[in-house]
Design a protein around this ligand. Structure first.
Ligand code: NAI
Length: 331
């Protein structure tokens, strides 16, 4: 039995968390949950959306499954997600994007992986108001973080039989910052001659991704471009409801979907739990419970392929509960 920190988050977080926990329990996953609330719902009582106990729990258990947490736009608290990734030094954000049989999209040949740097860039949160009409934000890129994420991307490529790594930047404009990032990816590429190394500007990448996504394999990006491009890639394969992710550090991993707390559908029994479920499946593999992971994956893909009980975002009309029950019956 492995103890895992469970952060149900807010918005649709608690609904999709309940669905995923039910599925994992039904599949016999050997997990004991250490549930830690965080986000909008705990601010009033604890004065912060990310109480220390949450970080301590993850440090203790080394593995967490996290549902989304709301960040107020333009004011208030710093993002829980950014704080969490930074304080646990979860430097790699891994976001695979692959077609799933049964989900109709413009493409059927997307199979790429985004490796997003997770600790710096504009997410360092160094902003100031210069005067009433001017504000500035500082983009930080360091050699240490860039070499580390490049190493992670190439190492991932080798271990997962990937062929190509594209380093993504806007180094034509951000000559020093993105230039440093590219120097680091280039230098790292020399250590991995078996992997083809290419560079691409982020605007060109976006255009090519929506025309020929099959051209791409592993993408390594600084934080902000990684954030934006991963939503784009979610759109290529069926939307945010199915886009999984993981934040990985040297000995801690937090598995969480790409999507946010979706306040527009909160509490309506409409949310798609697939992205969190796929993240949980990766977590089970990481924990060495691959047989259970495989059983859940098979039941999930069968449910989607049958297409009888899909949630709204996948053009179905099943509720979260009906979708969850169908996956469980397919286990
Ligand atoms: P969002 O990802 O929450 O929603 C974007 C659109 O996708 C909405 O129409 C929503 O209904 C839909 N959607 C998202 N997940 C879905 C699911 N599982 N099933 C069905 N439909 C789904 O992005 P938005 O609205 O920009 O952000 C809302 C809040 O979430 C913000 O406070 C943001 O900061 C936060 N956020 C949190 C993240 C995290 O905790 N890792 C990541 C991204 C955003």
């Amino acid at each position: 039995m492995k103890t895992v920190t469970l952060i149900p988050g807010d918005g649709i977080g608690p609904e999709i968390t309940q669905a995923v926990v039910e599925i994992l329990n039904a599949a016999g996953a050997e997990i004991e949950w250490d549930t830690q609330s965080a986000g909008a719902d705990v601010i009033e009582k604890e004065g912060t959306p990310l109480p220390k106990r949450v970080i301590e729990s993850i440090k203790r258990n080394k593995v967490a499954l996290k549902a989304p947490v709301t960040t107020p736009i333009g004011q208030g608290f710093r993002s829980v997600n950014v704080q969490l990734r930074k304080s646990l030094d979860l430097y790699a954000n891994l976001r695979p994007s692959k077609n799933i049989e049964g989900i109709k999209t413009r493409f059927d040949n997307v199979d790429l992986v985004i490796v997003r740097e997770n600790t710096e860039d504009l997410y360092a949160g160094i902003e100031r108001q210069i005067d009433e009409d001017t504000a500035e934000s500082i983009k930080i890129i360091t050699r240490k973080a860039s070499l580390r994420i490049a190493e992670f991307a190439f190492n991932y490529a080798v271990k997962n039989n990937r062929k190509t790594v594209h380093a993504v930047s806007k180094a034509n404009i951000c000559k020093l910052t993105d230039g440093l990032f590219l120097n680091c990816t280039k230098k790292t590429a020399e250590k991995y001659p078996q992997i083809e190394y290419k560079e691409i500007l982020v605007d060109n990448l976006c255009m090519q991704l929506v025309q020929n996504p099959e051209k791409f394999d592993v993408l390594v990006l600084p934080n902000l471009y990684g954030d934006i491009v991963s939503d784009l890639c979610a759109g290529l394969t069926g939307g945010l409801g199915i886009a999984q992710g993981a934040n990985i550090g040297d000995n801690i991993a937090v598995f969480e979907p790409v999507h946010g707390s979706a306040p527009d559908i909160k509490g309506q029994n409409k949310a798609n739990p697939t992205a969190l479920l796929l993240s949980a499946i990766e977590m089970l593999k990481y924990l060495g419970q691959s047989d259970t992971a495989k059983r859940i994956e098979t039941a999930l893909f069968k449910t989607i392929k049958e297409g009888k009980a899909l949630t709204n975002d996948l053009s179905g009309n099943a509720t979260t509960k009906e979708y969850t029950d169908t996956i469980i019956s397919n286990l």
